[in-house]
Design a protein around this ligand. Sequence first.
Ligand code: GLN
Length: 487
Amino acid sequence: MAHSLPFQSLTQVADQLAAGQVSSVELTQAVIDQTQAVEDRVNAFISTDSVDALAQAAAADQRRAVGELLGPLDGVPIALKDVIAVRDQPLTAGSKMLEKFVSPYDATVTTKLKDAGAVLWGRANCDEFAMGSSTENSAFKTTANPYDLSRVPGGSSGGSAAALAAGEAIATLGSDTGGSIRQPAAFCNVVGLKPTYGLISRYGLAAYASSLDQIGSFTRTVEDAAIMLGAIAGHDDRDSTSFKTPIPDYRAALAEKKGPWKLGIPKEYFGEGLDPEVGAAVEKAIAFYREQGCEIKEVSLPHTEYCLSTYYIIATAEASSNLARYDGVRYTHRSADAKTVEDVYFKSRAEGFGAEVKRRIILGTYVLSSGYYDAYYLRAQKVRTLIRQDFLNAYQKVDAVLTPTTPTPAFKIGETADPLAMYLQDIYTVSVNLAGLPGISIPAGFSEAGLPIGLQLIGQPYQEADLLAIANTYDSTHDWNSRLPEL
Ligand code: GLN
C-alpha cells in the first residue's frame, strides 16, 4: 500500500505533481497537518510559517497551471536546518545568541532551491552552531527520535533528520562538519548525503569550522538524494572554497553506472566499541554487495586512531575564530546589563552562548595560542594530510569504502552527558570531513529494539555520481524506508 502523502519520496510526489494528481497546496497542507499532529512529541522545528509555505505552494500551482514547471522540486515542501539563511526568516543556529536574528539574505543553496520552485518550509532544530551529536545542545529544545521518543535523533542536524522521518517534510537540508548529516540519518532511518568539500556553496551557512563544513541533504531514497544534489551543487563566486567542476545528471547516473564495484572494508572501523547489532547489519550489507558481483577487499586506514583528536583540535580552533564575530555589537544578543564596552563583549557572550559552545571556544583558543599552536594546531594539520592520504591510497585499490555510520543505534536523551562520550559518536564520520570526501549514510536495518541502523559509503573526491550509484545498488533493492515510525 502506498504511504500517505507526507511519507512519500520526493520522486513519488514529483510524479504526482507532474501528472496533476495532487496540487502543491494539497501536498503542503498534508505536510503541515502531519507536522501539527506530531510536532508536540518530535520537536523537529524551531520555527514554521505555514501561511508563507502555502503561499509558495499556491505560486507553484500557478506556474504549473500555465505550463511553467520548474522541475522535480517545484512545489515540494523542503525544510532547512536553522543554520542556513533564508531571506526575511529567522536564523538562530540553535543559539540564544541569534534568537532574534532575521536573515537579510538568502544562502546560495536557498536561492537554488527557490529557483527550482521548492516550497521552503520549517527551520529545523540543531545543536547550537552545529556543535553536538544529539540536538541536546540546542538552546531551544531537544528533538526526539521518531522511532523511539525517549531517544535522540542524532545531531547536529537532528531536527532535519527527525522532521523527514516523521513526515514533516519531503526532504530536508542539513550541514555536516564531522558527521552531522550522516549520524542523524543513521539514527532516523533516512538517507543522508555529505558531498565533497567544495561541491556545494557555503555562502549563507552559519560557519562552525569552515574547512570541514559542508551542506547536504536528507531524503527517503538515494534517488531523491541525487535530485537534491543536482539542485544545490555547483561553483559559487561567493564561496572561494567552492570548486569549479561540471555537475553531471546524478539521477541519470544511477541507471547508467551499474558496477560491479570494488569496495574497501577498513579493518580499523570494525574493532572495539562497535555494537554487535550494528556490526551484523553492516556485514549483511557487505554480503549483499558480494552477491551482486562486487569485489570486497580489506583496506587499511592506519591513521584512524588519530581522527577524533585531530578533528576536535581543528574544529575547535576554527570555531573559536568563526564565533568571534558574535560580539554583542552588531546582529547578536546584547546583554541588558552591559554598562561598558567590555561588558558588551563579555556579558553578551556569557549570556548568549551555551556550555558546549563555550567549551569549544576555550579549547580552540588554547590550541591556537602562542606556545601551543605548533604542538596542537600545526601538528593536527599535518596528521590531517596523512588521514587524507590513507583514503587516497585505499582508492588505488577500491572505488569506495564501506563502514558503519555510527558505533551504536540512537542513545537515550540525557544519557550521554559526558562531552567525551558524545565526541566518540563521531568516530566513523569525522575522517570523511578531514579528508574532504563525499560520504553517504543509507538505512541498513533495525536493531531488535526497533532502532534504525545506518551504513556509510565513502567515495572519491567529486565522484558523487559513482557514490550514489553504489549506494543505490543497495538502497533500491531494500525497503527499510517503508518501515515508518509509530507516532
Ligand atoms: N558531532 C560533531 C561535533 O560536535 C560533528 C558536528 C557536525 O558535523 N556539525 O563537532
